[in-house]
Design a protein around this ligand. Structure first.
Ligand code: MG
Length: 278
């Protein structure tokens, strides 16, 4: 056991090193977005994500997890997170969540996720419900990021996410899985909750880098792990969405490392302008 715990706060130089893997992660999700359509397999999405990460001089960091051999997790319909890419063929009307991550040559990590709803003109009500779930989940992430910009303590973020989701209707917010600090490891302290908790959490101050990742369902919040040992699915079979960004707090403000624009588009609605890391 290590006697001295590494600080959760990174130096400005370390924050700068997290820009590259963040952008590689974003590029991998852009590559996936272009391919999500009926007939595509989840393994094809995985292959495209890996190529995008390698093209930026980084490597897929999910492959560094013990016993995991893919670039992304691809979770379809009632699979929430940790779905394994394979020969599953995407169908019209499905929602698919893609979680991706990259590690730079210097050993710094990025982690992000997006969900996509595949259109099905023959089932407009089903598609509308999934699109609304997806919108609420993505927006809950932006509400969490916006709160991070002004928060004194980290756990204000989860309260903001929960408040927003509850204002939008009846949804399940997963509590079995939460966000995390990120840096030299993909998963570090502190945990980042997607709901209000009693503790205040660590101070939000320059050097804090977190992956915020709400996981939301159209039904209940209970999950189980499928027989493959990885895939997390909803107990009640309801479809789920998952959005994630890695965000740095620095002396001049916040910067979404896994967004090309640093989060400018998503944060505009809050009057928040992200500041590049100097
Ligand atoms: Mg994550």
């Amino acid at each position: 056991m290590r006697a001295i715990r590494r600080s959760i706060y990174k130096s400005p130089a370390q924050l700068r090193l997290m820009i590259e893997p963040g952008l590689a992660t974003a590029a991998s999700l852009d590559a996936v977005a272009a391919l999500v359509k009926p007939g595509a397999t989840t393994l094809e999405l995985d292959t495209a994500a890996e190529a995008a990460i390698l093209a930026r001089g980084c490597k897929p960091n999910f492959k560094l997890e013990h016993g995991y051999f893919h670039t992304v997790c691809a979770s379809v319909e009632d699979d929430v997170v940790h779905g394994i890419p394979g020969d599953r063929v995407l169908q019209a009307g499905e929602i698919v969540s893609i979680d991706s991550g990259a590690i730079s040559a210097q050993g710094w990590n990025g982690d992000a996720a997006r969900s996509f709803v595949i259109d099905d003109p023959s089932r407009p009500d089903l598609v509308a419900a999934r699109r609304e779930l997806n919108r609420v989940t993505e927006q809950s992430l932006w509400h969490g990021i916006a709160r991070l910009a002004t928060a004194k303590h980290l756990n204000e973020v989860g309260a903001a996410i929960e408040d927003y989701i509850e204002s939008q209707g009846e949804y399940g917010i997963l509590t079995d899985y939460v966000g995390h600090g990120i840096g030299r490891s993909m998963h570090e302290d502190p945990p980042v909750f997607n709901y209000a908790v009693r503790q205040r959490g660590p101070e939000v101050k320059p050097g804090l880098v977190v992956a915020i990742e709400p996981m939301v369902t159209l039904g209940g919040a209970d999950t189980y792990v499928r027989d493959d040992g990885w895939t997390v699915a909803t107990e009640d079979g309801s479809p789920a969405a998952h959005w994630e960004h890695s965000i740095a707090v620095h002396k001049d403000g916040i910067w979404v490392l896994t967004a090309e624009d640093g989060g400018a588009a998503g944060l505009a609605q809050f009057g928040i302008v992200p500041t590049p890391i100097a």
